[in-house]
Structure formats: C-alpha cells, structure tokens
Design a protein. Structure first.
Length: 185
C-alpha cells in the first residue's frame, strides 16, 4: 500500500499503515479514525487465514454518525472518484464505501469492529456483491414490514402469524389448508 494516500476528511491527513485484524493490513486516518482497506489485501488475508477466528469484540455503542449523515458520498483517496455506498448488513446503521476501479473499501470509525461483532468481517465480499446487496435490501424491507405490522396490530398478533406460517410450512398441503380456512371451514 502507498503511504502517499491522504484521507478525504477535512484535515486531509496522510493515511498511516495499520492492521485491522492480525495479518490484515489497512491504512488509517488519525483525524477521523476511518480505515481504508484494499480489497486485494482482504482477499489475500482470507486466503491465508480462511478459518481463523477473529478476536471477539462488543458491538460499538454507536458507529460514528458521520458515516450515515454528514458524508452521503465519499471520494476515493486513491483516484478521487465518488465511492459507492453499500449496505453493511440488514440491521446495522452504517454503510461501507467502495471504489470499484481502485478496489478500496472505506470504513468510518468503529465500522470494522461492528462487522467483527456481528460476525460479518469474513463475508465482506459476499455482502458487497450485487446479490448480497439485493439480499440485504430484501431482509431490511421484511424487517420494516414486520415492524409496521407490529405497530398496527400488536406483537401478540404478529407472533401468532409467524407461528402459523411456520406450522403451515411444515404441512404437506398448505394451500388446501388455507383454502379451507378462507371458505369458513
């Protein structure tokens, strides 16, 4: 990695070499505490340490709010093009910034620790893929719909619907059972 890269935060400080996890090199910013990860280094790290457990961390109480509010789009420290904002998970409140041409991934302060805490640090490539992003959006949409149903109908009703759905999924002819219910049997 190059030491000449500078952070795109207001201070434009030079990025310094660091390790996100043992054997995983990255560049960090002393000012904003963000991290720049080469996806090529990440792939090599996965190849070298495929099953090694990461040190467990607690989910940070709050990921730096700059990641979701003040910085909607970040410029790549390598090429100055706008980075793509990608979901990090269905229930996390931050996004990861990726530069497609440079294959850099920017993580704001605390985001790597949050990925480790939710056991997602080794699945970054899957999460960053088109299919992974589509799946995360679908999960988030389902969670929003369920929250709306709970607000409208109450937890007891939604819990019972979930129980019934699971029971129907176990039955050999669920469509027949639903037809019987609809017809008043």
């Amino acid at each position: 990695m190059s030491r000449s890269l500078r952070c795109v935060c207001e201070a434009h400080t030079p990025l310094f070499p660091k390790e996100l996890s043992p054997g995983l090199p990255a560049l960090g910013c002393d000012t904003c505490r963000g991290d720049l990860l080469s996806l090529d280094d990440y792939r090599r790290w996965l190849d070298r340490f495929p099953q090694e457990a990461l040190p467990s961390t607690e989910l940070p109480a709050q990921v730096d709010p700059v990641s979701t509010t003040a910085t909607p789009v970040r410029k790549c420290p390598g090429c100055a093009q706008l980075m793509e904002r990608l979901l990090s998970g269905s229930s996390t409140d931050f996004r990861l910034d990726r530069c497609g041409p440079c294959q850099w991934l920017w993580m704001d302060a605390g985001e790597w620790d949050a990925l480790v805490a939710i056991d997602a640090a080794r699945q970054l490539l899957d999460r960053l893929s088109d299919g992974g992003q589509r799946g995360l959006r679908e999960i988030a949409a389902h969670q929003r719909r369920e929250a709306e149903l709970r607000a409208r109908h109450g937890d007891a009703i939604v819990d019972e619907l979930i129980r019934l759905r699971a029971w129907l999924a176990e039955q050999p002819n669920p469509d027949i059972l639903l037809t019987l219910l609809r017809n008043g049997w």
